[in-house]
Design a protein around this ligand. Structure first.
Ligand code: HEM
Length: 310
């Protein structure tokens, strides 16, 4: 079952940001940790400059993000990670991977990769750094993107990043832009995004879109209420936002969770909530999420599953 299920009584046009309590996790380690870290590292080995990018001049911000992330990991999962420091000499132990690393904090030459690239290989989350009043995307380690890539968005301000959806959910995006500008230091927030996909491939970066589109087209003729549950996946992103105190930049993290539609719809309450949200979402948003072609069958399926005993 998905650990986050952002479906209520109907489509919600609010941005859905909630403060993280002190006891809530900023970053999450789950049973997929080893395989997802392995996949990330494989992608980064294949196309390093596609999956990690930074504008010049943001190395200090990357170090601050690394600092924040390592400390959060140790605080949350002391059984999995440890950090010891002697002056600027840091020793990092990742017990889940049986790895040990030493480096001089602030010294790029002491790490094998740029700081954000290095720390992104320790967590399942994708990591994005945003700066300034306009929320410019200045660096990112993005392996499991849902239909976008750093190539398209690096250097763009928040409003332009969201260009394809601003007109569809304009009040939400206006609130989100103000929210980003006012995000305080010392309090993290989280929200969740949803989509329904024909594949459970984690890396849905732009470069895979032609193949994914083809997969959807090939699958459409076979979709029926009897097959759809096993052919589609519910994909949920848990996103967090944290203002970094020294640089004033924002660390945006994205943890992708997914499950087959059938497993989620096996719970009548979940089936009902998905049906309510999908049927009340703006049609342009359904089209943006590439759900238009299968929406009628999806709704028939979910409405049947929503009946107790179905
Ligand atoms: C409160 C903060 C935010 C809100 C409310 C928000 C909302 C949204 C929504 C509604 C979508 C449409 C996708 C969907 O619903 O599945 C979206 C897409 C996206 N968001 Fe955000 N977002 C926020 C923060 C961010 C941040 C900080 C970044 C990175 C700098 C970001 C990058 C993106 C990108 C790249 C897309 C895909 C756009 C495309 O299709 O070209 N978002 N966002």
């Amino acid at each position: 079952m998905l650990p986050y299920f952002p479906f209520g009584q109907r489509f919600n046009d609010k941005m859905g940001t909630t403060p993280l309590a002190k006891t809530d996790r900023l970053l999450e380690v789950d049973s997929q940790y080893t395989s997802e870290i392995g996949l990330k590292r494989q992608l980064l080995a294949q196309l390093p400059s596609y999956y990690f990018q930074s504008l010049p001049g943001y190395e200090l911000v990357q170090w601050e993000a690394l600092d924040q992330i390592l400390h959060k990991l140790v605080d949350t999962y002391p059984e999995h990670f440890s950090l010891t420091k002697q002056g600027t000499q840091w020793r990092w132990k990742n017990h889940l991977l049986a790895e040990e690393s030493t480096f001089r904090f602030g010294d790029r030459a002491s790490l094998p990769y740029a700081p954000l690239d290095w720390v992104g290989r320790q967590v399942q989350e994708d990591l994005v750094l945003v700066t300034g009043n306009e929320g410019q995307l200045v660096a990112g380690l993005l392996c499991f993107a849902n239909d976008w890539s750093l190539d398209e968005k690096l250097g763009l301000p928040f409003w332009q990043i969201h260009e394809p959806i601003n007109a569809i959910v304009e009040p939400m995006m206006r609130s989100a832009e103000h929210f980003m500008q006012r995000l305080p230091i010392g309090k993290s927030f989280w929200r969740a995004n949803w989509s329904v996909k024909v594949s459970n491939q984690l890396d849905m970066s732009t470069r895979h879109l032609p193949a994914l589109k083809q997969q959807l087209n090939d699958c459409l003729p076979q979709l029926t209420v009897d097959t759809i549950g096993d052919q589609l996946y519910v994909r949920v992103e848990r996103q967090t936002l944290t203002r970094l105190p020294a640089s004033d930049a924002i660390l945006f993290t994205i943890h992708t969770y997914q499950n087959t539609l059938a497993h989620e719809a096996a719970h009548p309450d979940r089936a009902a909530r998905m049906a309510q949200v999908f049927s009340t979402a703006p049609p342009a948003l359904i089209t943006y999420k590439s759900m238009t072609d299968f929406l009628p069958i999806l709704l028939d399926y979910l409405q049947a599953k929503a009946k107790p005993g179905a």
